[in-house]
Design a protein around this ligand. Sequence first.
Ligand code: GLA
Length: 388
Amino acid sequence: MPTGSFKMIFVRSELMLSRTPPMGFNTWNTFGENINESVIKETADAMVEKGLLEAGYNYLVIDDCWSERERDPETGKIVPDKIKFPNGMKAVSDYVHSKGLKFGMYSCAGTRTCADYPGSFDHEFLDARTFAEYGADFLKYDFCYKPNVANGPLLYRKMGMALKASGREILFSACNWGNDEVNTWIRSAGAHMYRSTGDINDSFPSMRDISLSQIDNLAYSAPGCFNDIDMLTIGMYGEGNVGSSGCTDIDYKTQFAVWCMFSAPLMLGGDIRNLNDKMLELVKNKDLIRINQDEEGRPAFCTTGSREAKSFVKLLSDNEIAVLLVNFGESDAHVEFYFENIGIPAASGYGLEMRDVFTGKNLGVKKEFMRRKIAAHDCECYICKLAK
Ligand code: GLA
């Protein structure tokens, strides 16, 4: 093959959207309908100032409730809410881009969005063009108010096509909450990520149930299209639109480690302007982000565990191996697994040299099995190398 062709292949793969799980911020968890131009600009500023963009969080996505209640009767277009966005969406998008961030919009496959604003049903191509005019780089596409006669998968295929025809490269974030066995067809519809679960709220049971529900679907997340287990609630502490009972710092630590290990998109949902230092440090943890963003994009697998004490292993590039031990239960538990069950028999002489990603501490070489006592809701996470 001539050198030129190699070059071409390299350039294409660099350009591929969603080569690794998308990262960014979405307005829904904290702001719900209380979004406006200032909130978006302040969030964009904060994402840069707090080092989140540098850490990889590059999409700023406006969720539901951004438009007027009805389309423009003359043009048929969706119109931004004139009070929330008095200068229109292009101005907001320009500001977001000026910060080095990418800009995301939201619509719905049904006739109305989940919060009862105009949906894109039967307007897919017009709306995709409108989002391209705004300079959107990302579209989250929800599933409320789907007419009964409409075919769910086909609605996603239509928007997939409409985005391709829009003249702009727009990351397609499908959100049908796991309906219609979504993991079996969504990649073929052109989506770059897809929600597989119902909505998260800011409580440990919510994040626990979402996590456990996807253990059998971990392999349906790969470069080009990742399984989205919803926006993170890290740092919300029960405040905001999906604030519920709230979580502890330990709960947030486990949430982030699970999302990273599951190769899930990392869309922050807490108020970036007010994230405390501990939460900022957590979501910027380089090792955890490295596990999430590993270029080989191999899925984690669940090795052993009782209903609530789980261990996960994920092969990384450079011959490294990530291990996550989680206690999803309500009291202390032993989380354990035999190396034999992850492909390292005792007879091989090999064990794992383990480095704790939270403390940086090297545990030395462990062999044959791993058994750790872990407090309720807590986790331990290691990056390992095979060693004798
Ligand atoms: C659905 C989605 C949420 C959010 C809301 C907005 O519930 O699953 O993530 O987008 O709609 O109304």
